[in-house]
Ligand binder design. Structure first.
Ligand SMILES: C[S@@+](CC[C@H](N)C(=O)[O-])C[C@H]1O[C@@H](n2cnc3c(N)ncnc32)[C@H](O)[C@@H]1O
Length: 273
C-alpha cells in the first residue's frame, strides 16, 4: 500500500474531529441523520449534490449489491444504500477514513447495508462477478496503475453491471497548481486526459461510454465555497474538516486549475458487457 497517499488524505482521529465539529454545530451524534452528515462526508468536488446527480443517472435497483472504490468516510455509500434500499461494500486506502466511516455507519444503524474496509483499489479484496454495479468518485487522480484499477473493477462486477467514474482529468494546459485536494506537491498525482481514461476503461473491457464534462459545475461549486469563506459564512461542519489546514489553498488551486484548463473534470458511466 502507498502510505504517503493515505497519509495525505487522513491521519489521526478523523472520527473524533467529525464528532467534535458536529457537537460544536449543535448536532447530536445520537440523533444525527444522513442529511446532516452530508455536508462533511461526501469528499469530492461539489460534495453531496454531485453524489445525488450521479445516483440519479445510475440504473440502481432495490436489493442490488454495489461496490464503492475509494469510499472515503462513506457518505456516498450510506446515501445510496438508503435511497435505493441496496447494499454497498467499499474499500479505501486511508485507515482513519475507514475507522470514521464505520463508526458513522454504526451511529446511523446502517451496518447491515454498508460494509467498508481498508484496501487498495488496485487489488480489490473481493471475488469475481460479485457486484451489480460499481462507482468510484474522485479517486483515480491518485492511481498510478489505471489498467490494474480498471481491470480490478471489471473483474468484481457481474456481466451487465454499470461502472461510474468521476475524476479530475488532465486538461489541455497541463501542469496543475499544487497544493490541491489530492496532492500537496504533485507527488502521488497521476492525472490523465479524458481520452486516455476512456482508452484504459475500454482496454479493461468496459463499453457503452457516457462522458459528461463536469468542469463548469465544479468550478461554480469551488467559487461558491471560496465566496462563503471570504464572507466568513462557510459552515463549520463542512468538508474542509477533512481537507485539513491547507483547505483554502487546495480549494483555490482546484478552481484555478479548472479555469486555466490544467484539469478537466469528467464523469463517465459505462457497462461491463
Ligand atoms: C477525494 S476522496 C473521495 C472519497 C469518496 N469517494 C467520496 O467521494 O466521498 C479520494 C479518496 O481516494 C482514496 N484513495 C486514494 N488512492 C486509493 C487507492 N489506491 N485505493 C483505495 N482508495 C484510494 C483516498 O484515501 C480518499 O479517501
Amino acid at each position: 500500500m502507498n502510505t504517503s497517499i493515505s497519509e495525505h488524505w487522513g491521519s489521526g482521529d478523523v472520527y473524533g474531529r467529525i464528532i467534535d465539529a458536529m457537537k460544536a454545530s449543535s448536532i447530536s451524534p445520537e440523533t444525527v441523520t444522513i442529511e446532516q452528515l452530508s455536508s462533511v462526508d461526501h469528499l469530492h468536488a461539489r460534495g453531496f449534490p454531485a453524489t445525488v446527480e450521479l445516483a440519479d443517472a445510475l440504473p440502481i435497483k432495490a436489493g442490488d449489491h454495489l461496490v464503492d472504490i475509494g469510499c472515503g468516510v462513506g457518505g456516498p455509500a450510506r446515501y445510496i444504500a438508503k435511497r435505493f434500499g441496496c447494499k454497498v461494500s467499499g474499500i479505501d486506502i486511508t485507515g482513519p477514513f475507514i475507522d470514521a466511516a464505520n463508526r458513522l455507519t454504526a451511529l446511523l444503524g446502517m451496518q447491515d447495508a454498508v460494509h467498508l474496509e481498508v484496501g487498495d483499489a488496485q487489488a480489490l479484496p473481493y471475488g469475481d462477478y460479485q457486484f451489480d454495479g460499481g462507482y468510484s468518485q474522485h479517486v483515480t487522480m491518485n492511481i498510478a496503475d489505471r489498467d490494474r484499477f480498471f481491470s480490478e473493477a471489471f473483474r468484481v462486477l457481474k456481466p451487465g453491471a454499470f461502472f461510474a467514474l468521476t475524476e479530475h482529468g488532465l486538461g489541455p494546459t497541463g501542469s496543475p497548481h499544487y497544493p490541491c485536494p489530492w496532492s500537496d506537491d504533485g507527488s502521488g498525482a497521476f492525472l490523465m486526459i479524458p481520452e486516455e481514461t476512456l482508452r484504459h476503461l475500454g482496454q479493461a473491457g468496459f463499453t457503452d461510454f457516457q462522458l459528461v464534462d463536469t468542469g463548469e459545475k465544479y468550478l461554480a461549486g469551488y467559487n461558491r465555497a471560496m465566496e462563503l469563506a471570504r464572507r466568513g459564512e462557510l459552515p463549520s461542519f463542512g468538508v474542509q474538516l477533512l481537507l485539513g489546514e491547507g483547505a483554502p489553498a487546495k480549494i483555490a488551486n482546484a478552481a484555478r486549475n479548472i479555469a486555466e484548463g490544467r484539469t478537466h473534470p469528467i464523469q463517465v458511466i459505462c457497462r461491463k458487457p
